[in-house]
Design a protein around this ligand. Structure first.
Ligand SMILES: NC(=O)c1ccc[n+]([C@@H]2O[C@H](COP(=O)([O-])OP(=O)(O)OC[C@H]3O[C@@H](n4cnc5c(N)ncnc54)[C@H](O)[C@@H]3O)[C@@H](O)[C@H]2O)c1
Length: 288
């Protein structure tokens, strides 16, 4: 159950919304008439996004690793909009390569931004929503949160943490008889956003290109759960089913991975070629 339907849209927060998927989710929420606080560690990007989205959007510099900054964002949106209805934990970072090539700083950054940042946002939102009649938290995880991803091991670990935390947190809420706060996890395949723009030549990122989505595909999934909260939505659904199968039969999953990686490498090479021929055009729609 989500926030009561008779309520008018009030406040929403999106983390990491200065660019990429978060920027587009913020746009969706503005169109749905929420007052949207666009937060990002990159203050200029957050400002630019808010300016483009008009008076229903405001910007704030927030590093999701910093609990005090996350709580300040929560308080600001409540003060501005009167109530917090929606919180989207979207901020994320990705480093690729064999796991032994990640240095300590990269491992820490991925776990802190992707996992701890999601925990900080969820807990800040729950506290506000408990005292104002409920709300909806949307956590952007990944298919990497439900499957093995060679080349993205630490990232996958951080997204598994997001899934474990989110599903356990909603179970805690229900056990405490709190029924008016929902948590929906979105697990997309690779998405053509700035996160991948510099990874066309990176074999470590191949799996992200094996079924590349456009941000709009994922925004549509977010729109759907905003209407009907859902614990886990994989995008596309069939790839989620394949990942689950690999989970039940790990040896089968491991055996299939080289085929999927080869598919991803083919897409990367095709896109590289397209970009070489037509550098401008290739930035959008290149995955299709
Ligand atoms: N692009 C993909 O292939 C893909 C696939 C599945 C899931 N995701 C997830 O989708 C979400 C959005 O990613 P994207 O593809 O738009 O990537 P992106 O790199 O384009 O955007 C990520 C945003 O997060 C911000 N950010 C980074 N560290 C931060 C921090 N400490 N505090 C606050 N903001 C911070 C960045 O400044 C950036 O604006 C992430 O959680 C990502 O893991 C991405």
């Amino acid at each position: 159950m989500s926030a009561p339907e008779h309520r008018w849209p009030a406040g929403a927060v999106v983390t990491g919304a200065g660019r990429g998927l978060g920027r587009q989710i913020a746009e969706l929420l503005v169109k749905r008439e929420y007052q949207v606080l666009i937060t990002d560690v990159d203050g200029d990007a957050a400002q630019a996004a808010a300016a483009e989205l008009g008076e229903r959007a405001q910007a704030m510099v927030v590093d999701v690793r910093d609990e005090a900054a996350v709580l300040a964002a929560r308080d600001r949106v409540v003060e501005w909009a009167g109530r917090l209805d929606v919180w989207v934990n979207n901020a994320g970072v990705l480093f690729t390569g064999p796991v032994w090539e990640h240095d300590e700083q990269q491992r820490r950054l991925m776990l802190e931004v992707n996992a701890l940042g999601t925990m900080n946002g969820t807990l800040a939102a729950v506290a506000a929503m408990r005292s104002s009649g409920g709300g909806h938290i949307v956590n952007i995880a990944s298919l990497a949160g439900i499957s093995a991803v060679p080349g993205e091991s630490v990232y996958a670990a951080s997204k598994h943490a997001v899934m474990g935390f989110s599903l356990s947190a909603i179970a805690d809420l229900r056990a405490a008889k709190i029924k008016d706060i929902d948590i929906s996890c979105i697990c997309p395949d690779g998405i053509w956003t700035p996160m991948l723009h510099d990874k066309l030549d990176d074999p470590g990122a191949a799996l992200s290109f094996s079924g590349l989505l456009q941000p709009e595909d994922v925004v549509a999934a977010v729109a759907k759960v905003l209407d009907n909260p859902r614990l886990v939505t994989t995008v596309p659904g069939w790839r989620g089913a394949v990942c689950r199968l690999g989970d039940v039969f790990p040896s089968l999953g491991m055996a299939a991975l080289p085929l999927v990686i080869a598919q991803g490498r083919r897409t990367q090479k095709k896109m590289l070629k397209k970009r070489a021929v037509s550098p401008r055009r290739s930035w959008r729609g290149a995955g299709r």
